[in-house]
Structures are given as C-alpha cells and as structure tokens.
Design a protein around this ligand. Structure first.
Ligand code: ZN
Length: 260
C-alpha cells in the first residue's frame, strides 16, 4: 500500500527561545510528531516558519497528502501567499489538514472556517483535562479508550468561535468546570480538516501514546481518497444524447386517467 505523505509544520520558536520548552521538546514539536508518524509507517517531512517560504513550497505541498500545523506566537508572520497556496491545495486538491492546539488562531484555520476562530476561554494552569470520545463510531476514535485523561494541560473553554463541526469526535472537561469541543472535523471543498485541542508547548502531551494514536488516526482520516481529478466549469466533452421519438409511448397515453 502507498505510504501516506505527511508534512509536519511547526512555528518552532518556543522550543528555541525558552529553555523550559526546549527541555520538553528538544527535537521540536514537529520532530516529536514526525518521529511517531514515521514509526506508524508514514512518509514524513517537517517544515518550519523561518525556512524560505516557511518550508511550504509548491513542490513540498504537491507531495503532501496531509499537513499538520502547530503555531502560536508568530501566526501573523505566516505569509499570506503561502496561506493561499495551502488553502488551494486543501480545497481544490484534497490535501488533509490537522490543526493542533493554539493553531486555532492560525491564518489557514481562520480562512477555512470563516469565523473568528481566535475566540475561546483559556487558562494556563497545568490542570487536568478529560477528553471524552463522543462519537465511538468515528475512524479517529479507533482503538481509543472511552475517556482520555491528560494530567497537565492548558485549559480552553467554550465558547469556541468555530462553525458547527461536520463531525464531533471529542469533548473535553477541565477542573474549572469548563468544557470544550476538543476534536472537530470539517469538509472543505475536496479536503478534510481536523482540529485537535491538546498540545500546549509546556507539557509533553504529544509524547503520550494515546494522543499519538489520535494523530495517527486523524492522518488516515484526513488523507485524500482515491478519486479522479474533478473537472469544474464547462465540461470538456459535450455528450450528444441521441433523441429518438419513442413511438410506443402513444399506447401509454391515458395511463393516469381514472380507471373505470
Ligand atoms: Zn497553549
């Protein structure tokens, strides 16, 4: 079977600028995610903000089935032309997108959702999060337990200003009593988008096996299906439908008349 080609994009600033974050992810959040996806049999590349074109050239995107996106402190630095390129590749060509944690405020998620996705409640206290699977029939929930307990996370609370998800997979509870739609799916054009809430940079959330399983499942779900290139606009070939008068129809006239 053909390997799914994944590009893990990370802003990669916290891990470089803050010693305590570097200790959590010395290889970068992208490096951590890339490692477990490779072990799951995927073909994985990484890309970061400071690379030319943020590492998301036309060529890289054309060879990406699923793009994973983590960003936080420099979302505004992402070039609009690159956002447009990623957007087209998703909507017009079916590349999957997995948006992680604070990337709810990324330009690409905002553009795909069409709402002010920056808005939600948050509290950085390292409190407990309980993620409940609310759709046990969903492929992203495959092999997971009914509830996932993350010992330390940042709290995100509703209201989260997203359009209603097409599919809701997880709902989270926090110690302050807040709840949050923590795993959401949308279809956008030919592409699929999954938002996963957890993954604050100060906690080693992406090292937790069950969280890794969620991301692996999400890559499989978001990967484009095998479908021929869709021809939009004017059809290339105009079929000529032969029209022949059906003489037999004459005998059917009066079919709907009231029977005597
Ligand atoms: Zn955070």
């Amino acid at each position: 079977m053909k390997k799914i080609r994944v590009t893990v994009w990370n802003e990669y600033l916290h891990e470089v600028q803050f010693e305590e974050i570097h200790k959590v992810y010395p290889e970068g959040i992208h490096g951590c995610i890339a490692n477990f996806l490779k072990k799951a049999g995927m073909e994985v590349k990484t890309a970061t903000l400071r690379q030319p074109e943020h590492g998301l050239t036309e060529d890289v995107l054309n060879h990406t089935d699923v793009l994973i996106w983590w960003g936080h402190m420099a979302q505004d630095e992402v070039d609009d032309a690159v956002v447009e390129r990623v957007y087209k590749r998703i909507v017009m060509e079916g590349m999957g997108l997995i948006v992680l944690h604070s990337a709810h405020n990324s330009k690409i998620f905002h553009k795909l959702m069409g709402t002010e996705t920056v808005w939600l409640k948050w509290r950085e206290d390292g409190e407990k999060e309980v993620m409940w699977v609310v759709d046990p029939s969903h492929p992203i929930a495959a092999g997971l337990p009914e509830k996932i307990v993350l010992p330390n996370e940042e709290m995100y609370g509703e209201h989260f200003m997203i359009p209603q998800p097409d599919e809701q997979v997880f709902l989270s509870w926090f110690e302050g009593g807040e709840v949050f739609r923590s795993g959401c799916c949308w279809h956008r054009g030919l592409g699929k988008v999954f938002y996963l809430r957890c993954g604050h940079e100060a906690f080693p959330t992406y090292r937790i096996p069950v969280v890794q399983q969620i991301i692996i499942n999400a890559v499989h779900w978001a990967a484009p299906i095998d479908f021929p290139k869709v021809n939009y606009a004017f059809p290339q070939e105009i079929p000529t439908i032969p029209f022949k008068k059906q003489e037999n129809f004459a005998s059917v006239s009066g079919l709907h008349d009231k029977k005597k």
